[in-house]
Design a protein around this ligand. Structure first.
Ligand code: NAX
Length: 332
């Protein structure tokens, strides 16, 4: 059946009253994801105590009088939030509280993403595309995916795009070119300080990036700056990245829907099925090409020993994260 061109598209955003939500919703309602012709209905999920704040955000959305914003659904129920949605931005998660260990944080979030995976499985469009932003994003994405047996691996992703954009921006500045002149940057692995921002395959205009910058700059400036950028922003601003994270989330979904430029790729966290030796099922930052609404890991890139050792490190961390939540993964 051919779908009417003006059918409103349903987009879920969880953690919608949070900082990233606040920077994302207005851009979605303005048509920045699907174009200025497509009406949207935003489904906003929050925890119960945040519903009053969410109603304030809804008032502001109404006050913008966005012509494309057809309706809003505000709820604290995942089943309602994901009912019939075409796209889901899973942004909300529990932050680390005082005295909480990393493994405890993994588990409280794992519970959230288990419930949300099940609700997506039961209620979302059969073609739903899901982007997990809430940390630990890769492992949360794995949990949501594993709890949605009727959906496919290729419908779930986690966000590496902020790291990718940070690497692009640094390289462009160092080479004194526009970010648009750079292609084939990859951020491999986990969205954490073990991630590996890789420019070994990158092109700056027609030249390999490795001819424009030296290995020392890569190891001593690019990699640690990208890895530590989130912490640097918190230190400077007193709050974590919000507008840049929302912008990256839009970039991620937009490229997934509309496609990546020919000959280039973007970084996305996707379910491994053995590519580059990563444990199957783990959500790993990979180079990804998108065409016709489908995404595909770019395979068979030649990796240096240096790249392999960095990829191994971040793979180890993701395997450890997975072993901390194994009991929450249903057997498929
Ligand atoms: P905020 O604390 O401002 O907002 C999070 C919101 O999520 C809150 O309003 C909270 O009530 C809500 N929430 C908590 N549990 C929920 C649940 N079970 N269902 C629905 N909503 C729930 O955080 P914000 O700055 O917006 O960041 C959101 C998440 O993005 C955090 O986990 C953060 O670590 C993560 N980030 C991930 C990035 C990535 O590249 N993958 C980069 C940016 C960001 O740090």
């Amino acid at each position: 059946m051919i779908e009417p061109q003006n059918r409103p598209i349903r987009i879920a955003v969880t953690g919608a009253a949070g900082h990233i939500g606040y920077a994302l919703l207005f851009r979605l309602a303005a048509g920045e994801l699907l174009g200025r012709e497509r009406p949207v209905i935003l489904h906003l999920l929050e925890i119960t105590p945040a519903l009053p704040a969410l109603s304030g955000v809804a008032m502001e959305l109404a006050d913008c009088a966005f012509p494309l914003l057809e309706d809003l659904v505000l709820t604290d129920q995942p089943d309602k939030a994901f009912d019939g949605v075409d796209y889901a931005f899973l942004v909300g998660s529990r932050p680390r509280s005082q005295g909480m260990e990393r493994k405890d944080l993994l588990r409280v979030n794992a519970e959230i993403f288990k419930i949300q995976g099940r609700a997506l499985n039961e209620r979302a469009s059969r073609k739903v595309r899901v982007l997990v932003v809430g940390n630990p994003a890769n492992t949360n994405a794995m949990i949501a995916r594993e709890n949605a047996p009727d959906l496919k691996d290729s419908q779930f992703t986690s966000m590496m795009r902020l790291d990718h954009n940070r690497a692009l921006s640094l390289l462009a500045k160092s080479c004194r070119v526009n970010v648009g002149d750079i292609q084939r940057v990859t951020v491999w692995g986990n969205h954490s300080s073990t991630q590996f921002p890789d420019i070994e395959q990158a092109q700056v205009g027609d030249e390999p990036a490795t001819q424009k910058v030296d290995q020392r700059w890569i190891e001593e400036t690019l990699i640690p700056t990208v890895q530590q950028r989130g912490a640097a922003i918190i230190k400077a601003r007193g709050a974590s990245s919000a507008a840049s994270a929302a912008s990256a989330a839009l970039d991620h979904m937009r490229d997934w829907i509309h496609g990546t430029p020919p000959g280039s790729w973007v970084s996305m966290g996707v379910a491994a099925s053995g590519q580059y030796g990563i444990a199957p099922g783990v959500f790993f930052g990979y180079p990804v090409e998108c065409r016709g609404g489908e995404m595909r890991i770019v395979e068979a890139l030649k990796l240096s020993d240096f790249a392999r050792s960095r990829i191994h490190l971040t793979d180890q961390e993701l395997r450890e994260e997975r072993s901390g939540v194994l009991d929450l993964l249903p057997h498929r």
